[in-house]
Write a protein that binds this ligand. Structure first.
Ligand code: XMP
Length: 322
């Protein structure tokens, strides 16, 4: 297994990096076509810009609407890129993902179902339709570290697990960001002309909201955690934290509404301080902020009777729940 050589943020020359990677992409793809999936996160956004710099219209960029993204996310991201002259096609793959997730409660099985649906089914079809031989993706060094260490199967890591994408899915994968960590990617993204809303964007996992639903990720349960996420992102927008998230628990607890017993849902809030996601500590949020957040979740998200704030650190916790 080839060792990846890290480029630390301090030793990174962004202009040189961009020149080098764009020229590598051009020479690997040659006169062919490549595709990439944009999620709007800083990694896939940087890859999209880098790929368009190298290949122009010969890179086809898709936003896979897997049904587990946040409120309005596919349209918002497509419109940001339209302003930058990059056409993003939104592909509705909601049914495929919910079918694959049906009945799955185990975290790693859930991640595996998403990986297979993404890479085999959805990208497999897109590759066939577009005639592409290459998929460009924004895997970074931390994804590889944690997957190889067996902590959490990141959705986008193959080679290091002994999986040959050409054999498994029928196309090759190019990973121009694999020597960087998040802080380095942010600098590259800024230099590529992306707006601050993207290069400073909070990380969001590949398995999206399904990483924040403990137990089965059904349409209904995703919708519930999506509503809690919207409230959380509004209320914590001004907090300087690495990442925050709402998690839907599998267990119900007894609550009461309108003087009646309600055996209801539980939402857990996590808000993390971290440099590079390898270690993290809970943000010391002001209690007034937590109270307002909890009140909104309890009144606006149907069926929720309990809101908790997690004060564990990573390790032993991980940042996402699943
Ligand atoms: P964990 O939960 O592993 O999260 O402590 C560390 C960071 O990685 C993000 N994360 C993912 N990102 N694909 C990704 O691209 C994934 O499968 C994945 N799982 C977790 C997480 O949001 C956090 O920023």
């Amino acid at each position: 297994m080839p060792q990846v050589k890290e480029i630390t943020v301090n030793s990174l020359d962004t202009k040189e990096f961009i020149r080098e990677k764009a020229s590598e992409i051009s020479s690997v793809v040659g006169k062919g076509v490549a595709i990439n999936a944009l999620s709007g996160g800083v990694d896939s956004s940087a890859v999209t810009m880098l790929g368009h710099k190298a290949l122009g219209d010969r890179l086809k960029t898709y936003f896979i609407d897997n049904g587990i993204m946040r409120e309005g996310e596919p349209q918002q991201i497509a419109s940001v890129f339209k302003k930058l002259g990059v056409n993003v096609e939104i592909v509705d793959a909601q049914d495929e993902f919910f079918t694959a997730l049906k009945g799955i409660t185990d975290p790693e099985e859930k991640r595996e179902a998403i990986t297979q649906t993404f890479y085999k089914k959805v990208f497999g079809n897109l590759v066939k339709q577009s005639g592409a031989k290459y998929l460009l993706q924004g895997t970074i060094l931390t994804d590889i570290d944690e997957t190889v260490a067996g902590i959490k199967r990141q959705h986008n890591v193959f080679e290091q697990l002994g999986i040959d994408p050409q054999e498994a899915f029928g196309y090759k994968i190019i990973e121009p960001l694999v020597q960087l960590r998040k802080d380095g990617v942010r600098k590259v993204a800024e230099d590529l002309g992306l707006p601050a809303s993207i290069f400073n964007r909070m990380p969001f996992p590949g398995p999206a909201l399904s990483a924040r639903v403990i137990g089965e990720a059904t349409r209904e349960r995703i919708s519930l955690v999506r509503q809690a996420t919207s409230i959380l992102e509004q209320e914590l927008a001004s907090v300087r934290a690495f990442q925050y998230m709402a998690i839907l628990h599998n267990d119900r607890v007894t609550g009461m509404r309108n003087n009646k017993r309600e055996f209801g849902q539980q939402i857990e809030i996590r808000c993390w301080d971290s440099i590079d996601a390898r270690k993290a500590t809970p943000t010391r949020l002001d209690f007034a902020i937590l109270e307002k957040l909890a009140n909104r979740v309890l009144t606006e998200v149907p069926g929720v009777v309990s809101v908790t704030y997690n004060i564990a650190s990573k390790p032993p916790s991980t940042m996402e729940a699943v």
